[in-house]
Design a protein. Structure first.
Length: 264
C-alpha cells in the first residue's frame, strides 16, 4: 500500500444515496466517487434538493447507502461499532443542542464522551483537549456562558469546538454558516481552513457560500442534476462545472472572478 493511499481518510466508491423502504427505493444521486486526504478542507455545494444533506448523513453513517461503499480510514462504515465511529468521526448538524441551559464548557466537554471512563470523569488528556478547543476557536471567554445566551456566530464556534474536542480524524459539518452574517460566514470558513491546516484533520462541510468556498477550500464536491464532481476549485472552474449549478437565465458564473452574478 502506498503512502498516498494510507493518507486517504474518507473514500466513496460507486456510491448511490437515497431512501429505501419496504415498498420502494428512491435514489437521489448515484455514481459518486471521491477520495479525501488527511488535512484537506472540502466544500460540498449544490442547489437545494440535490441531496447534499443526504450525502453527508450517508458519509457519517447516519443513513445507509443504497449502493456502493464508504470507507473511513480504509474500513467500511458497516465494520465500525458505534463507539469506534465516535472515535473516528465527529458531526456538526444544524439542529440546536439537546439543552441550551448547558454552559459553553459543558457542551464542549460532551465531545470527550467517547474517551471518558464509565463514570464520565474527565482525565488530564480530556481537559487538555477541551482547553485546546476553547483556545483555537476563541471561545475561552465564553466558557461560563449559557448556550442560550450566545449569538448564532458564537454558538457555531462552540459546536466546532465540541467536534474538535472529540479529537477525530474527520469532521463533517452540515451548513455551518447558516443564519450568519457575511463577516461571521467568512470567519467560520477561515476557522475551518486554519483547523484543517494546523491540526491535519480532514474537514468536509456543506455550504451555500459557494463564492467563499471557492477561495478557501482544497477540494470541492459539486452536486448537480447530471452528476457529482470532485476536484480542486480551479479545475472545476476550467471544466465549466459551476455553469450548470443554476438556471443560466437567472444566475451566471464568471470564470475570471470565480463568482456568481445575477443576470439583469
Amino acid at each position: 500500500m502506498t503512502s498516498e493511499k494510507l493518507n486517504i481518510v474518507l473514500r466513496a466508491t460507486d456510491l448511490t444515496i437515497g431512501y429505501a423502504s419496504k415498498k420502494n427505493t428512491e435514489a437521489i444521486a448515484s455514481a459518486i466517487n471521491f477520495s479525501i486526504s488527511e488535512g484537506e478542507l472540502v466544500g460540498l455545494v449544490g442547489a437545494n434538493g440535490v441531496g447534499k444533506s443526504t450525502l453527508l448523513r450517508t458519509l457519517a453513517g447516519m443513513q445507509t447507502e443504497l449502493k456502493g461503499s464508504v470507507f473511513l480510514n480504509g474500513t467500511t462504515l458497516k465494520e465500525y461499532s458505534t463507539l469506534q465511529m465516535a472515535n473516528q468521526l465527529s458531526v456538526v448538524l444544524t439542529e440546536a443542542p439537546a439543552s441550551k441551559n448547558l454552559t459553553v464548557e459543558e457542551l464542549i466537554s460532551l465531545g470527550r464522551q467517547p474517551h471518558t471512563n464509565w463514570f464520565g470523569k474527565l482525565s488530564e488528556a480530556d481537559i487538555e483537549a477541551i482547553e485546546f478547543s476553547l483556545r483555537v476557536t476563541e471561545t475561552e471567554t465564553l466558557r461560563e456562558r449559557k448556550c442560550f445566551e450566545l449569538s448564532d456566530g458564537q454558538l457555531q464556534r462552540v459546536y466546532i469546538a465540541r467536534a474538535l474536542a472529540q479529537d477525530t480524524p474527520l469532521i463533517i459539518l452540515d451548513e455551518p454558516t447558516t443564519h450568519l452574517d457575511l463577516y461571521h460566514r467568512a470567519y467560520v470558513l477561515k476557522l475551518l481552513k486554519t483547523l484543517a491546516k494546523e491540526t491535519k484533520k480532514t474537514i468536509l462541510f456543506s455550504t451555500h457560500e459557494i463564492d467563499l468556498a471557492i477561495q478557501l477550500v482544497d477540494k470541492m464536491l459539486v452536486m448537480t442534476s447530471e452528476g457529482t464532481h470532485f476536484e480542486s476549485p480551479c479545475k472545476l472552474i476550467e471544466a465549466g462545472t459551476f455553469d450548470s449549478l443554476f438556471p443560466k437565465e437567472t444566475i451566471d458564473f464568471d470564470k475570471k472572478t470565480g463568482r456568481f452574478r445575477v443576470k439583469k
